[in-house]
Design a protein around this ligand. Structure first.
Ligand code: PLP
Length: 397
């Protein structure tokens, strides 16, 4: 009760909050102040990629912050340089990276790169960025405008920057390109929009078309990146060569870090872009350890096994509850079950919570599951058992 009162009194009301007080986390299990446990199928919306309370990451952070937490980007930062090298290696792309503090800020960086490319590369000024309906790119004024959801373009925050248009499907992008278009920005699996993966061939054709016209392809991997779909980047899975990729969420395992990576290695000069906190000792040290852990479970085959096991259990729930679910969508550990209507979805999320399993919503009618990539078989079994019990309760009315 006290936390609820304080929160309501002193925190701006931007979220419809659930007043549970989590005190402890172990991998994909959370404990509230009454020691009730919850299986976490959300991982803080795809952030806690290596689970809660990860000892290896905690130890590295502790060791680092006992020494230096922050210096500023006026000096070279060893873990930042190492992390940039690691991203270069893991992505398989010949890229350089700028570090930001969030996904929206990474996408701002991507748009600035595209704008500078458009200003300096062509005889005429090119600045238009094409995005897709149901996309989500962030909450800053510019990334809100890039987001293809008209409900987010409220007059409350107008005027928005020019140069953004969004389209219903990949096919519609071709006709909307003109000689002022500088980039196309997309998610390969739309996260907030409903966990909707695009067709691989369709994306490969688009990538080829854009490359021939020297129009940049920006892949927003804020949600899909860092092994969420099974590969380091969803772009690796789709076998495309983007010009710009953005990351955030899972990269830091919970510390705020974003990244914009580009093959336009010399696009920026000192003064073009910056961030006080971006890529400091704390966050890049954490991210290096997160990537080490994830690389280990990828190389050992454990991650692929977890994906197969999770999706087997998920499919059982889907098949057993066709009266509630209408489709099973997603890639890797970024999963969605379409629910027959929005009211039922709200009831599923609420009842699941009561039964001790945390799940998310995406779009209007998608139940979204984004577990930690380190989730154990026992946690998967227990989480789906609780979800099944919650669904039984709903069916009993
Ligand atoms: N892009 C995508 C695809 C996202 O899913 C999100 C967050 O949900 C963002 C950008 C914004 O990231 P942040 O909330 O870290 O600014």
């Amino acid at each position: 009760k006290m936390i609820e009162q304080m929160d309501k009194e002193y925190v701006l009301h931007t979220y419809a909050r659930n007043y549970v007080n989590f005190k402890k986390g172990i991998n994909a299990t959370l404990f509230d102040e009454n020691d009730k446990d919850y299986i976490d199928f959300t991982s803080g919306i795809a952030v806690c990629s290596v689970g809660h309370g990860n000892k290896r990451v905690a130890d590295k952070i502790y060791e680092q912050i006992c020494n230096i937490t922050h210096i500023s980007n006026l000096y070279a930062i060893e873990p930042q340089a190492k992390l940039a090298k690691k991203l270069h290696e893991l992505s398989g792309y010949d890229i350089r990276t700028f570090f930001s503090n969030s996904g929206a800020e990474a996408n701002e960086g991507a748009i600035k790169i595209a704008r500078k490319y458009g200003e300096t590369k062509f005889a005429n000024k090119r600045y238009k960025v094409i995005t897709l309906e149901h996309s989500f790119h962030g909450r800053t004024i510019t990334t809100v405008k890039a987001t293809g959801q008209s409900s987010m373009h409220t007059p409350n925050f107008a005027p928005y920057p020019d140069g953004f248009s969004y389209h219903n499907k990949i096919d519609d992008i071709y006709n909307s390109i003109d000689n002022e278009t500088v980039a196309v920005m997309i998610e390969l699996v739309q996260g907030e929009g409903g966990v909707q993966p695009f067709d691989k061939k369709e994306i490969q054709e688009l990538a080829k078309f854009l490359k021939e016209r020297e129009i940049l392809l920006i892949i927003d991997e804020v949600q899909t990146g860092v092994f969420r779909t099974g590969e380091f980047l969803a772009a690796n899975l789709y076998e495309i060569q983007p010009d710009i990729v953005t990351l955030a969420k899972g990269l830091g395992g919970g510390v705020p870090i974003g990244a914009v990576m580009t093959t336009l290695k010399d696009i920026f000069s000192p003064g073009d872009h910056g961030s006080t906190f971006g890529g400091n000792y704390l966050v890049t040290t954490a991210a290096l350890e997160v990537l080490d852990i994830l690389e280990e479970i990828k190389d050992s085959g454990e991650l692929d096994e977890t994906i197969i096991y999770f999706n087997k259990k998920l499919n059982e729930i889907y098949e057993n509850n066709k009266d509630i679910f209408t489709d099973n969508v997603g890639l890797g550990l970024m999963r969605g079950l379409r629910v027959k209507d929005a009211d039922t979805l709200a009831l599923v999320i609420k009842t699941a919570f009561e039964y001790g399993v945390l799940v998310l919503k995406a779009g209007k009618n998608t139940l979204r599951l984004l577990p930690a990539l380190t989730i154990s078989k026992e946690e998967i079994n227990e989480g789906f058992k609780r979800l099944e019990n919650a669904l039984d309760k709903i069916k009993q009315g």
